[in-house]
Design a protein around this ligand. Structure first.
Ligand SMILES: NC(=O)c1ccc[n+]([C@@H]2O[C@H](COP(=O)([O-])OP(=O)(O)OC[C@H]3O[C@@H](n4cnc5c(N)ncnc54)[C@H](OP(=O)(O)O)[C@@H]3O)[C@@H](O)[C@H]2O)c1
Length: 259
């Protein structure tokens, strides 16, 4: 029986990952700050699916509490699937953002998933098996749409997923970046926003079920709302055309004069 560790499992996307992975028979380690919600979900999933569930209460922006999750990822029973899901948004402009709040967001959305993946990767590489699911956002590809640093944190998650996949996929470790668009969860209200003003909101169960189809197909990047995969493939093709110009010891002709 394999074990999945899910961060941010107390609500929204993480809670649905917990339900779906429990239904698939995985044992679970649930991580978030809200112990009561984690315990309630754990007991429901144990009863419904006969799996074993550990709960770790941790604020992932606190280095000591993060350390308890890093230790769990390095120990037994081994973690077969890491779902790097915990995250938050920060409403408002970059110019008016408080540095403390930006630092907390960077700890949660960037540093925590990076160190969690780092803690689990050695075990996965040694076994030649394991999966890391990183929840990014379509805003990683649409930074102009969102002010402040949230989109940049999610671009980091996408880029990390792509470079990590290039490093480990041939060694048996699967990495998936999931890019949700607007999804009905608590994230908007937590950030002081209002989801009723957001158009085309996907239900969270539909988002996770689609992401798991991408997982089963071993997609590197899964963007549930995009109707045609050809659009993503064309984007990747354009990126590779651009990249073909990177290997050049001379600046391009257009930069050789100042006019
Ligand atoms: N909903 C969307 O429209 C949308 C779109 C694109 C991407 N995403 C991404 O999806 C992921 C999940 O968000 P969601 O939409 O499901 O929002 P959510 O319902 O607010 O869930 C966020 C989860 O993260 C946990 N969390 C927040 N701060 C934490 C901290 N300091 N330490 C540990 N856990 C913390 C929360 O639990 P506790 O409060 O109990 O700690 C909760 O379980 C995020 O990475 C988000 O950026 C969401």
């Amino acid at each position: 029986m394999s074990t999945a560790l899910i961060t941010g499992a107390s609500s929204g996307i993480g809670a649905i990952y917990a339900r779906r992975l429990a239904a698939r028979g995985h044992d679970l380690v649930l991580v978030a700050r809200a112990t009561d919600r984690l315990n309630a979900l754990a007991s429901e999933l144990c009863d419904a699916h006969g799996i074993s569930v550990e709960v770790i209460t941790a604020d992932l922006t606190d280095s000591i509490q993060l350390d308890s999750v890093l230790k769990r990822l390095r120990s037994a029973p081994v973690i077969d699937i890491l779902v790097n899901n915990a995250g938050a948004a920060l409403v408002g402009d970059f110019a008016s953002a408080e540095p403390d709040k930006m630092q907390t967001l960077l700890r949660l959305n960037v540093i925590a998933p990076t160190l969690l993946a780092s803690a689990v990767i050695d075990n996965m590489l040694a076994r030649g098996n394991g999966s890391i699911i990183n929840i990014a956002s379509v805003l990683a590809l649409l930074p102009e749409y969102s002010h402040g640093i949230y989109a940049a944190t999610k671009a980091y998650v996408l880029t990390l997923s792509q470079s990590l996949a290039a490093e480990v996929s041939a060694k048996g470790v699967y990495v998936q970046a999931v890019l949700p668009a607007a999804t009905r969860t608590e994230i908007y209200e937590r950030a002081g926003g209002d989801i009723s003003k957001v158009p085309d909101v996907m239900e969270v169960e539909a988002l996770v079920d689609a992401a798991l189809v991408g997982f089963d197909r071993r997609e590197l990047v899964t963007i549930p709302p995009v109707p045609e995969v050809a659009a993503w493939e064309a984007f990747e093709q354009a990126r590779s055309v651009l990249a073909s110009g990177f290997s050049n010891s001379e600046p391009a002709e257009r930069y050789r004069s100042s006019v």
